[in-house]
Design a protein around this ligand. Structure first.
Ligand code: DSN
Length: 421
């Protein structure tokens, strides 16, 4: 076969398959046609090494090393302006190419080899880039884990205070990958002042909720730095960002360029700018519907017999739901059988799991952001819960449920909360 044809067929196969799926991985999303237009534009062929030069009127201009950037400079300046407004940031750096790189930029800017960072352990929801097995280890940081309250699915504030006073980390990290409830920034700000630590909030999972005025307001609650990827609840192209207070601007900018990056991905910055504009217009409605959908899905799953975490707290305040499936076969078996029915989610460690259980953890994690984006509301969440029950509790063949999933999905392939119309 013509080698190009072989790849093209796989692209078509992927698009056909995933358009017939309920895509509920909590870290994914769909971009609008407007964002796709930006990503496939000429900007993706270009370089724009360099950083801010100064301001003309209220627009930032750039000192670049290459010619040909005058139009991109305007887009990047607009994206910075929009994002500073949307996230109440004093400065935005759009150079990182992923959330993990955004975290690495922050570590490189504000910590030194051998310093400590505090965050959540992976089973309690911490992201791998908060741990020494990943980017934190690259610059020799030592991690300490916050004590966690498994019932509340949150940081145990009193015990965390004791730990922080004793260990004095340089960077206190908040946020994570399993993230049901806002983290206690306000409650730990005083300790950060006392030990002279920087408070970094990894908002990768919840950036779209923050943009829509849901979940929490990191800067108002005391964060110094907000790092993020741009493609989870925030429906931009894959990329990374660091927002910070003015006093960290120079260190963050230098750590991003020339510290860790040469060129950033211009087309992604342009796509991010379009997604920012979409969130300024539709973000509130979108974020509200995501949280409503999560709660209804969680509540229905619970009523149908699933061990959904945190019933006493209304299950979730984010796009995520966590379910303990150890009674019904464990995480691996459940996600594989759901995939056979075209329901795509991931298995997930829960706080009481050891890292050795990564291959077959106790939990599953479900995200509602993408199904919300294609227009699904509370009644569809109830249908989805019923599909899940038929497979995981009633033992019905996934292939049978798949037919109903495909039929249901037929009416939902258009992206909402965007300018496409
Ligand atoms: N590991 C991804 C997740 O939370 O799903 C993010 O990088």
């Amino acid at each position: 076969m013509n080698p190009y044809k072989e790849i093209l067929n796989l692209i078509n196969e992927q698009e056909e398959w995933r358009s017939n799926c309920l895509n509920m991985i909590a870290s994914e999303n769909l971009t609008s046609l407007a964002v796709r237009r930006a990503i496939s534009s000429d900007f993706g062929h270009r370089y724009a090494e360099g950083l801010l030069g100064g301001k003309i009127d209220d627009l930032q201009v750039f000192d670049r090393f290459y010619q040909g950037t005058k139009i991109f400079d305007k887009v990047e300046a607009i994206a910075m302006k929009f994002s500073e407004k949307l996230f109440q940031a004093e400065h935005a750096n759009l150079v990182p190419v992923s959330g993990a790189v955004a975290n690495l930029v922050t570590y490189h800017a504000l910590a030194e080899y051998g310093d400590k960072i505090s965050g959540l352990s992976i089973p309690c929801g911490g992201h791998i880039s908060h741990s020494r097995v990943s980017v934190a280890g690259v610059i020799g940081l030592r991690e300490i884990s916050y004590p966690f309250d498994n019932e509340e699915m949150n940081i145990d504030v009193d015990k965390a205070k004791e730990l922080l006073l004793r260990e004095k980390p340089k960077i206190m990290i908040f946020g994570g990958s399993l993230f049901l409830f806002p983290h206690p920034l306000n409650e730990l700000r005083e300790i950060a002042n006392e030990i002279n630590a920087v408070m970094m909030y990894d908002g990768a999972h919840v950036l779209g909720l923050i943009a829509g005025g849901k979940f929490q307001k990191p800067f108002a609650e005391g964060a110094d730095i907000l790092t993020s990827s741009t493609h989870k609840t925030f429906p931009g192209p894959q990329g990374g960002v660091v927002f910070c207070k003015e006093k960290f601007k120079e260190k963050i900018d230098n750590a991003a360029f020339p510290g860790l990056m040469s060129n950033h991905h211009l087309h992604h910055v342009v796509g991010f700018a379009v997604a920012l504009a979409e969130m300024m217009e539709f973000g509130r409605e979108y974020a509200e519907q995501i949280v409503k959908n999560s709660r209804v899905l969680a509540e229905t799953l619970y009523e149908l017999g699933f061990d959904v975490l945190c019933e006493h707290k209304g299950f979730t305040q984010s796009h995520q739901i966590a379910v303990d499936v150890s009674r019904i076969g464990g995480g691996r078996k459940i996600v594989e059988s759901f995939e056979d029915a075209n329901i795509i989610i991931n298995k997930n460690l829960l706080p009481w799991d050891s890292l050795e259980k990564t291959g077959n953890p106790s939990g599953i994690r479900i995200g509602t952001q993408e199904v919300t984006r294609i227009g699904m509301k509370e009644s569809e969440m109830k249908e989805i819960a019923e599909f899940m029950k038929r497979i995981a509790i009633d033992g019905e063949k996934p292939e049978k449920v798949k037919e109903d999933v495909i039929a249901m999905k037929k009416g939902f392939n258009k992206v909402h909360y965007c300018f496409d119309d």
